[in-house]
Design a binder for this molecule. Sequence first.
Ligand code: B12
Length: 220
Amino acid sequence: MRGPAIDERYFDKLAQTVIDGQEEECLRVIHEGLNNGMDPLEAVEKGLAKGINKVGNDFAEEIVFLPELVMAADVMKAGMKILDEKIKAEGKERKSLGKIVIGTVKGDIHDIGKSVVAAVLQANGFDVIDLGMDVEPDAFIQTVVDNDADCLGMSTLLTLTLSVMGETIKKMEEKGLREKVKVIVGGCPVTQEFGDEVGADAVGFDSKDGLTKVSELLSV
Ligand code: B12
């Protein structure tokens, strides 16, 4: 028997499972899609991310409330877990193009976007050390030093925690690390203007843009 076509309608169906907070159905759609040739990154960007963005907009407009938002985020994370492994597996056989430390800054627990970026970098041949969320400036710096990393990637979705990015870059300068280590920042409140202001080398607006810019920064 032929499986479903993996097209825009299929990705909309996946997005809808996030909107509805239906974890079981989300995982079923993902497995079915993967068995029928679905690209895992496309599933994240066109399916899961589209769903969470819709819930996010509805949340901002007070059409849905925090419990729905939390449920949708949980479904997204459960789906991401499977897709993340698939995305990473695609890059496993390659030689490392460079080492990058990545994380969400202190005070911020939004880790979905950061994890997508980490997975895409890893899938494309970078060695990625993901520190998770709520990461102190000193923890970023220590990990960069201990692992002799080429690049630091910081994420935040909160306006309130934007300053932590500047704080971390300043500390890197004080320790004489800034010349050796490239810095890329991202997350919805992060503009190019902000990146320039805090002295980042680049701003990544989504995972593909992040990959392009990290590749440019490390000249690969
Ligand atoms: C899901 C979500 C949550 C989940 C998070 C679950 C999790 N584990 O991550 C939960 C429900 C826990 C949550 C909590 C809160 N949230 Co919230 N949340 C969202 C929501 C709806 C979606 C975020 C998301 O995952 N998007 C999908 C991913 C794929 O996209 P992304 O994060 O933008 O990442 C992409 C790019 O930005 C870029 N990128 C991101 N990081 C990086 C890093 C690098 C290096 C690079 C290159 C690229 C890059 O690439 C990514 C992939 O394409 C947004 C609204 C929105 N539409 O963005 C609000 C939002 C971010 N939340 C918001 C708020 C206020 C909160 C809370 C404070 C709510 C509260 N009152 O308690 C708390 C935060 C507590 C804390 N201390 O952190 C506000 C922030 C407002 C602001 N500007 O400060 C938003 C914008 C909602 C709103 N409109 O009000 N939230």
